[in-house]
Design a protein around this ligand. Structure first.
Ligand SMILES: Nc1nc2c(c(=O)[nH]1)N[C@H]1C(S)=C(S)[C@@H](COP(=O)(O)OP(=O)(O)OC[C@H]3O[C@@H](n4cnc5c(=O)[nH]c(N)nc54)[C@H](O)[C@@H]3O)O[C@H]1N2
Ligand SMILES: Nc1nc2c(c(=O)[nH]1)N[C@H]1C(S)=C(S)[C@@H](COP(=O)(O)OP(=O)(O)OC[C@H]3O[C@@H](n4cnc5c(=O)[nH]c(N)nc54)[C@H](O)[C@@H]3O)O[C@H]1N2
Ligand code: SF4
Ligand SMILES: [Mo]
Length: 748
C-alpha cells in the first residue's frame, strides 16, 4: 500500500493549455518526482483533441532551459549581478523616478510584446501599470501586427475588439489572403489543428482558395492558389466588391436591417474593376469574376486575411474590405461565414448601440502620428527616443518583447536602446533587447503560472473555456508576472519599491467589484461584501478571472444563475469546456452610435482616395521582400530550444529561378540583400514557390549579438530580417508597420 502511494506520488499527469501560439492546444504533461518529463497532446481536450505541434512539445524544455532567468539581474559597471527582488525594484525606483521628476511622466515609455496576450497577467495587469505610469509613450507589438484589424472593427462595429473569425469548421468556401495557418496555426482565428480543419473542409466538399505571392504550405493544400503581387490585396478585394455590385450580387441577407452606408461603398469601388487593377494585383480578371460569383453563391463562405494583408501599405483598408466582402455576400454573422465568439469571461451584450469608437485622441511628439487604442505606433519609437526635447523617451520598460529583433529598422532600434538613460525588462531571457537593460525582472517559468486565454477565447472558432492551474509550484524566490507588473505600478503610483503586490491586487479587485455592484438596477447591486467573500480564497489574475466568469455570458452570477460558470466549476474540467459553436450576435454586439454596422466610416472613405492615387503607380524596379513563418519558430524567442532549431537552416532567402539567373545567384550561396535602411548576408534557396520579382525571408533570427546569453540560439545563426524593414513605411490609417513588401536589391 505504502509503496503504491509512493509510486503514484512519483508519477503525475497534469493538463495545460499551450501558451505559445494562438491555437490554445491542450497538453498532457507527465511529471516524475515533480519534474515534467514528457509533453504530449491531450487527446481529451475538448478543442484540440490531442493535436500539438513541436513547439508545444517543447514546453518543458523551455521551463528547464538553463539559460532561462529565474532571478532578477542588475547591470553594475557593465556586468550582470544576480540580486534579490527588493533590491531589483529599488534599482528600478532609483533609476526611473528621478528621470520622471526631472523630465515628466512621458519620459518613461513602455513596449509590450506578443507574449503579453498569451499570459493572464499580460491580459489583466498591464493596464493598471499604464494607468499608474501616466505616460503617453505606450507602444506594443500590435502595430507590427493586427492594429489594422482593430481600426476596421472599431470603425465598422464600434469596438476594436469586435473581430469576426472565419467559421472554418462549417464553411463551404474559405478564401485566405496573406496567412499561412499550416505553419502559424492561425491568428485572429483560434483553432487548434488548422491543418486538420482545412483537410476536413476539403473532405466535406468545401473549397479552399489561398491568395499569397508564395506557394506556402497552405497554398499548396488549396484547390486554387492566386499568386498575388505583394501589396495587391486592396486592389483584388476592391475588384471583388466591384463585381458584386456590377453583377447585382450584393445580398447582405439578415444584415440588411443592420447596415448603413451601402450606397457609399458602391460609389467607392467604381474605379476598381478587375481590368483596371489587374496590373496592381497581378490577378487575371476572369479569376476575379469567378471568385466573386463563387463567394456570392456558396451556401456559406468566409474571407479571412492575416499578416500579408495587415503589415502592408493599406493594412486597414484590407481589413475593412475583407469584412465588406463577407457582409455583401451575406456571410457575416451566419454559420459557415465570419462570426463573433461569445467568450465565457465577457457578458453577452443584447442591445445594439454605444459610444462608438475614435482614433487619434493624441499624437506622437516627433512625427505627429495619431494614437490608436491608447498606443503610439512602434515605427516611431526610435524617433521618440532619439529626438531631444520635452517629452523625449529617456527610459523604456520592455515587457515580454524583443524590439531589437521584432521591429523595423532594427539596427536603429539597437542603437536607440543602447542610448537610453535607463531600461527595465520584464523577461526571462538575456537576449538581443534585454541586454540593453539596467534591470531584468524575470517572471516565473511557464509551468509555474496559471493559464486562461483571455485574448484568444474572444477570437475562437468555437466558444471554449479552459483554465490550467500551475503544474509545478512556483519556487518561493521566484515571482509571477502579475506581481512584477503590480510592483512596478506601485513604484509609479508613489507607493515605493517595497510595496506589496497583494495590496494593489486587493485594490483592483475592489474597484472591479464596485463597478458591478454600484450599477443601479443590476441584480448584483449593493452586493460588494458577498461578492468579495465568495472569492476570498483567490488572488491575482485567478480572482479576476473568477469574477469575470461568474458575471460573464455563462456565469453563475454569484448565485443568480444556478449551475452557471465559475472558476471552481471550470477547474472541474481539466480538458476544457466546449460551450458550443458560434452563434449570430448582430445586432446586440454593435457599439456604434447608430447601432448599425457602418460600411463607409469617414477615415476609410478618405483612405480609398489614397488607394485611387496609386492605381497607376509604376511597377517597382527592384525586388520586393516578404516574410514567412515556420512551424518550429515563434517570432524571435523560442530559438534557444535545440529541438526547435535543429535540422536544415530555415533562415534562407527564397528567390525565383528567373531572378536568380538574371542576378547570377547560386542556390546555397550567401548573397547580399540591401534595402533603404540596411544590408544583410544570407544564404539563397532557388525555388519556383516564390513569385518572380519577390523574395522571402523569415523574421525572428539573428541572436548572435555580443552580450546575449542564449547558448543554443547564438550558435544557430540566422540573420535578422528587420535590419531591412523600413521604419518610414507604415499604413497611415492604422500606423501599422509595413513588414511585407520592402524594396530590396540582391547581389551575389
Ligand atoms: N519582419 C517581420 N517582423 C515581425 C513580424 C513579421 O511577420 N515580419 N511579425 C511581427 C509580429 S506578428 C509580432 S507579434 C512581433 C513580436 O514581437 P515581440 O513581442 O517584440 O517579440 P517576440 O519575438 O515575440 O519576443 C517575446 C519576448 O518575450 C519573452 N517572453 C516570452 N514569454 C514570456 C512571458 O511569459 N513573460 C515575459 N515577461 N516574457 C516572456 C521572450 O523571452 C522574448 O524576449 O514581431 C513582429 N515582427
Ligand atoms: N510557427 C509559428 N507560428 C506562429 C508564429 C510564429 O512565429 N511561428 N507567430 C504567431 C504570430 S505573432 C502571428 S501574428 C501569426 C501570423 O500568422 P500568419 O499571418 O498566418 O503567418 P505568416 O506566416 O506571417 O503569413 C503571412 C503570409 O502572407 C504572405 N504575404 C506576404 N505579403 C503578402 C501580400 O502582399 N499579400 C498576400 N496576400 N500575402 C502576402 C506571406 O508569403 C505569408 O505566407 O502567427 C502566429 N503563429
Ligand atoms: S499549435 Fe500553437 S498552441 Fe498548439 S502546440 Fe503548437 S504552439 Fe502550442
Ligand atoms: Mo503577432
Amino acid at each position: 500500500m505504502t509503496s503504491h502511494r509512493n509510486e503514484t506520488e512519483k508519477l503525475r499527469i497534469a493538463y495545460r493549455t499551450c501558451p505559445f501560439c494562438e491555437a490554445t492546444c491542450g497538453l498532457e504533461i507527465a511529471l516524475q518526482d515533480g519534474r515534467a518529463v514528457t509533453v504530449k497532446g491531450d487527446k481529451d481536450d475538448v478543442f484540440s483533441k490531442g493535436y500539438l505541434c513541436p513547439k508545444g512539445a517543447a514546453l518543458a524544455d523551455l521551463h528547464y532551459d538553463p539559460d532561462r532567468l529565474r532571478h532578477p539581474l542588475i547591470k553594475r559597471n557593465g556586468h550582470w549581478v544576480e540580486v534579490g527582488w527588493d533590491e531589483a525594484f529599488a534599482a528600478v525606483e532609483s533609476g526611473l523616478i528621478p528621470l520622471m521628476d526631472t523630465y515628466g511622466r512621458d519620459t518613461v515609455g513602455v513596449y509590450a510584446g506578443n507574449p503579453c496576450s498569451h499570459t493572464m497577467a499580460g491580459a489583466l495587469c498591464l493596464r493598471p501599470l499604464f494607468k499608474a505610469l501616466r505616460s503617453r509613450n505606450i507602444f506594443s507589438a500590435s502595430t507590427v501586427d493586427q492594429m489594422p484589424k482593430h481600426v476596421s472593427s472599431g470603425l465598422m462595429f464600434g469596438h476594436p475588439g469586435t473581430i469576426p473569425v472565419p467559421d472554418i469548421d462549417r464553411t463551404h468556401f474559405l478564401l485566405i489572403l496573406g496567412a499561412d495557418p499550416m505553419e502559424s496555426n492561425g491568428s485572429l482565428a483560434t483553432a487548434p489543428d488548422w491543418p486538420g480543419r482545412l483537410r476536413a473542409l476539403k473532405r466535406r466538399g468545401g473549397k479552399l482558395v489561398v491568395v499569397d505571392p508564395r506557394a506556402s504550405r497552405t497554398a499548396k493544400l488549396a484547390h486554387e492558389h492566386l499568386r498575388i503581387k505583394p501589396g495587391g490585396d486592396p486592389f483584388l478585394l476592391m475588384a471583388l466588391t466591384w463585381v458584386l455590385f456590377e453583377e447585382d450580387r450584393v445580398n447582405p441577407g439578415r444584415l440588411s436591417d443592420h447596415i448603413i452606408g451601402l450606397d457609399a461603398v458602391r460609389d467607392l469601388c467604381r474605379p476598381f474593376s478587375p481590368e483596371a487593377v489587374e496590373r496592381r494585383s497581378g490577378i487575371d480578371p476572369s479569376i476575379v469574376y469567378r471568385t466573386a460569383r463563387e463567394l456570392a453563391s456558396a451556401p456559406s463562405a468566409a474571407v479571412y486575411g492575416r499578416m500579408g494583408t495587415s503589415t502592408v501599405e493599406f493594412g486597414a483598408l484590407n481589413q475593412w474590405l475583407i469584412d465588406m466582402v463577407n457582409i455583401l455576400t451575406g456571410n457575416l454573422d451566419r454559420p459557415g461565414g465570419a462570426m463573433f465568439p461569445s467568450p465565457a469571461h465577457m457578458p453577452r451584450r443584447n442591445r445594439p448601440g454605444g459610444k462608438g469608437w475614435t482614433l487619434g485622441r493624441w499624437k506622437s511628439r516627433v512625427k505627429g502620428l495619431h494614437e490608436v487604442m491608447g498606443e503610439l505606433p512602434v515605427c516611431t519609437l526610435c524617433d521618440e527616443i532619439e529626438t531631444p526635447g520635452e517629452g523625449q523617451v529617456r527610459a523604456l520598460i520592455t515587457v515580454a518583447s524583443n524590439p531589437v529583433i521584432a521591429l523595423p529598422n532594427s539596427a536603429r532600434v539597437d542603437r536607440a536602446l543602447a542610448g537610453l538613460d535607463f531600461m527595465v525588462s520584464v523577461d526571462f531571457y538575456l537576449n538581443a533587447s534585454t541586454r540593453h537593460a539596467h534591470v531584468i525582472l524575470p517572471p516565473t517559468g511557464p509551468l509555474s503560472t496559471s493559464q486562461y486565454d483571455f485574448s484568444f477565447y474572444n477570437l475562437s472558432v468555437r466558444n471554449i473555456a479552459n483554465y490550467s492551474p500551475p503544474v509545478i509550484p512556483k519556487p518561493n524566490d521566484e515571482m509571477d508576472k502579475w506581481e512584477i507588473l503590480y510592483r512596478l505600478a506601485m513604484i509609479f503610483s508613489g507607493q515605493g519599491a517595497s510595496a506589496n503586490a497583494a495590496q494593489m491586487d486587493d485594490f483592483i479587485i475592489r474597484m472591479m467589484v464596485d463597478g458591478l455592484a454600484e450599477k443601479e438596477g443590476s441584480p448584483l447591486f449593493g452586493k460588494q461584501t458577498e461578492i468579495l467573500q465568495a472569492m476570498k480564497d483567490l488572488r491575482g489574475p485567478d480572482r479576476m478571472l473568477d469574477l469575470m466568469l461568474r458575471t460573464g455570458a455563462y456565469g453563475d452570477g454569484f448565485g443568480l444563475n444556478h449551475g452557471g460558470l465559475s472558476l471552481s466549476r471550470l477547474k472541474e474540467h481539466p480538458h476544457g469546456m466546449d460551450l458550443g459553436p458560434l452563434e449570430p450576435r448582430i445586432p446586440g454586439i454593435l457599439r456604434t452610435t447608430s447601432g448599425k454596422i457602418d460600411l463607409a466610416p469617414h477615415p476609410m472613405v478618405q483612405d480609398v482616395q489614397r488607394l485611387i492615387e496609386v492605381i497607376n503607380r509604376p511597377e517597382p524596379s527592384s525586388l520586393v521582400l516578404v516574410g514567412r513563418r515556420h512551424l518550429r519558430t515563434n517570432n524571435s524567442w523560442m530559438a534557444n530550444i535545440s529541438s526547435l532549431v535543429s535540422g536544415p537552416p530555415r533562415c534562407v532567402l527564397l528567390v525565383h529561378p528567373e531572378d536568380a539567373s538574371r542576378l547570377g545567384l547560386e542556390g546555397g550561396a550567401a548573397v547580399e540583400v540591401k534595402s533603404r535602411v540596411g544590408r544583410i548576408a544570407v544564404p539563397v534557396e532557388i525555388t519556383t514557390d516564390i513569385r518572380p520579382g519577390v523574395v522571402s525571408l523569415p523574421h525572428g533570427w539573428g541572436h548572435d549579438l555580443t552580450g546575449v546569453r542564449m547558448g543554443v540560439a547564438m550558435t544557430h545563426g540566422g540573420v535578422n530580417s528587420n535590419i531591412l524593414s523600413d521604419d518610414e513605411c507604415f499604413d497611415p490609417l492604422s500606423n501599422n508597420a509595413v513588414l511585407n513588401g520592402i524594396p530590396v536589391e540582391v547581389s551575389a
